[in-house]
Ligand binder design. Structure first.
Ligand code: TYM
Length: 338
């Protein structure tokens, strides 16, 4: 089993990232059997697909490394690095670009959402972004890729690319790439904005009130939960009663995910109660979950050299793990390399 996943080092790590992906990374790392391996990376190459500030990207990369370690990623047990230190990601992306089809990329909902009506004005990188994502996981023969719901389509594309490459350039008994399996958490696959229950919680939302950041202090968390959009009805006692109430469903989902419970279970405890009672309970639960993470994060950020060293060591390990697959891809395509 090989687990591989990434996160863009732009903005703060937020509750959606944590419950949708990072918590699963830590669990998979902690349950890893002998002979299995986890690789987690900062997708800094992906971050340049949209307008960005270089100084902020540099700062964000170290901060995201610190945030992942604070959440429980252990660089002794998992390979933790940033893409930019492993050139094979960009190389393999080019090799796979001969296999990926324009039509496949045109169908990606993230591309459609981010480009909107202005497709002509977007960077080539934003369009070919999913090919780099495919390279990220195929390079390491990933078997499992823990992600939130929004990344599932990109993973399906990675499977299509791998399949076509194997069909076109490899023999059936010696495929070059493994087809990766997306692992999406049953609860919290899609945490929504606190201001709009129909939009996902996101780093790019201009309103900081729309998300809980893992570094928010207790006052900020309580304020954001208190101000979270809701409706005037009390909570129902059954899940069906949340239909058409996306904001209420989102808050109950967050509570369920934080307690490792279910939406039904939370409604058993809070059904009939108003938000005046539910919101403070949710706020306290969040504060308790985030307190140790943000304390560790602040401490880790005081030592930039240690963080640099973690990423450099992880990258050197990742280069080694990826080399045979990159070589096999060059070879399969008939590219001469001396
Ligand atoms: P990114 O940086 O947007 O998000 C990192 C992870 O967090 C999950 N996530 C969410 N889950 C639930 N609810 C939300 N509101 C929410 N917001 C984000 C994402 O699904 C993701 O798992 N393209 C990727 C990074 C990437 C990658 C990869 C992931 C690059 N290469 C290879 C997996 C494998 C991205 O931008 O994620």
């Amino acid at each position: 089993m090989r687990v591989v996943s990434g996160i863009q080092p732009t903005g703060n790590l937020h509750l959606g990232n944590y419950l949708g992906a990072i918590r699963n990374w830590v669990r998979m790392q902690d349950e890893m059997a002998e002979g299995s391996q986890c690789l987690f990376f900062l997708a800094d190459l992906h971050a340049i697909s949209q307008p960005h500030n270089p100084a902020e990207l540099r700062k964000g990369t170290l901060e995201m490394a610190a945030a992942l370690v604070a959440c429980g990623i252990d660089p002794q047990r998992s390979v933790l690095f940033n893409q930019a230190q492993v050139p094979a990601h960009a190389e393999l992306q080019w090799l796979l670009s001969g296999t990926a089809r324009m039509g496949w990329l045109n169908r990606m909902t993230q591309w459609k959402d981010k480009a909107g009506k202005n497709r002509e004005g977007q960077s080539v990188a934003l369009f070919s972004y999913p090919v780099l994502q495919a390279a990220d996981v195929l390079l390491y023969q990933a078997t499992h890729v823990p992600v939130g719901e929004d990344q599932k389509q990109h993973l399906e594309l990675a499977r299509d690319i791998a399949q076509k490459f194997n069909n076109d350039f490899a023999s059936e008994d010696a495929p070059v790439f493994t087809l990766p399996e997306p692992i999406v958490p049953p609860q919290a696959a899609r945490i929504m904005s606190l201001r709009d229950g129909t939009a996902k919680m996101s780093k790019s939302d201009p309103s900081d009130m729309s998300r809980i950041n893992l570094v928010d202090d207790a006052d900020e968390v309580m304020k954001k939960v208190k101000k979270a959009k809701t409706d005037p009805e009390p909570l129902p006692s059954e899940e069906a009663g949340l239909e058409g109430r996306p904001e209420a469903l989102n808050l109950v989902t967050i509570y369920a995910a934080l307690t490792d419970g279910t939406v039904e279970g939370v409604l058993r405890d809070f059904g009939g109660e108003g938000f005046g009672k539910f919101k403070p309970a949710l706020g306290e639960l969040l504060v308790e979950t985030l307190r140790p993470i943000s304390a560790r994060f602040t401490e880790l950020l005081t030592d930039h050299e240690a963080l640099d060293a973690i990423l450099a060591r992880g990258a050197s390990h990742a280069r080694e793990i990826g080399r045979p697959t990159l070589d096999a891809a060059y070879e399969a395509l008939g590219l001469v390399r001396g």
